[in-house]
Design a protein around this ligand. Structure first.
Ligand code: GDP
Length: 200
């Protein structure tokens, strides 16, 4: 069962990282409307990530703790932390990742010790976006482990999805893209396996 930890709008508000917490962290990033809240809700099996209905959470990093097994969740150490980052916009991301992103996002991505994997969400229903390329390039340059995940796969036929994935791979310069649907849950099991692999 996931537990909503806190909403951070400043570096000082981040929860203690891996050294004290003992749990790896997975960050979810993507343009606004990519389907990030829907995917996180479907992964968590709850509506906790529905940021739009919770004022103040949208421009913050929202942390969730995931606990394995039964028992008193709050006393147990979490096995995984999810960090839901603010969606970036329709404009280009710019030099220092994003001029429109709050200032604490870049320090988070650059310095966060607990950060084990960055999930870069891209919409399979639209052409490859320069802002997504910029973020992926940032992860390549900084050697942060990342995984590109294509959202809303249910909206396309198998053939159209394959074409979209090929274009996304080519434009973003990545070898692998997992596709998921928060609507049908297609691909979420495979994604979970990848997420859990950071705890091994
Ligand atoms: P966010 O801004 O990235 O958090 O995006 P949301 O999760 O709020 O989703 C944006 C829009 O896309 C909403 O209208 C969702 O209903 C829709 N959406 C999200 N995920 C899916 C999906 O897997 N399939 C379909 N068909 N629509 C989706």
């Amino acid at each position: 069962t996931p537990v909503f930890l806190l909403s951070a709008t400043d570096v000082a508000h981040f929860p203690p990282d891996a050294r004290t917490y003992g749990a790896p962290e997975i960050a979810f990033l993507g343009r606004s409307n990519v389907g990030k809240s829907s995917l996180i809700n479907s992964l968590l099996g709850s509506k906790q990530a529905h940021t739009s209905s919770t004022p103040g959470r949208t421009r913050a990093i929202n942390f969730f703790a995931l606990h394995e097994g039964a028992g008193d969740k709050m006393k147990q150490k979490p096995s995984l932390i999810f960090a839901d980052l603010p969606g970036y916009g329709y404009a280009k991301i710019s030099k220092s990742i994003s001029s429109e992103w709050p200032k604490f996002i870049e320090p988070y991505l650059a310095d966060r010790d607990a950060l084990a994997l960055c999930i870069c969400l891209v919409d399979t229903n639209i052409p490859p976006q320069p802002s997504d390329s910029q973020l992926i390039d940032y992860f390549k340059q900084t050697q942060r482990p990342y995984l590109v995940v294509g959202t809303k796969s249910d909206r396309l036929s198998n053939n159209a999805l394959a074409k979209s994935v090929a274009a996304l791979k080519r434009e973003h310069g990545v070898d692998e893209i997992l596709t998921v649907s928060a609507k049908t849950d297609a691909g979420t099991k495979a994604l979970w396996q990848r997420l859990m692999s950071v705890t091994e």
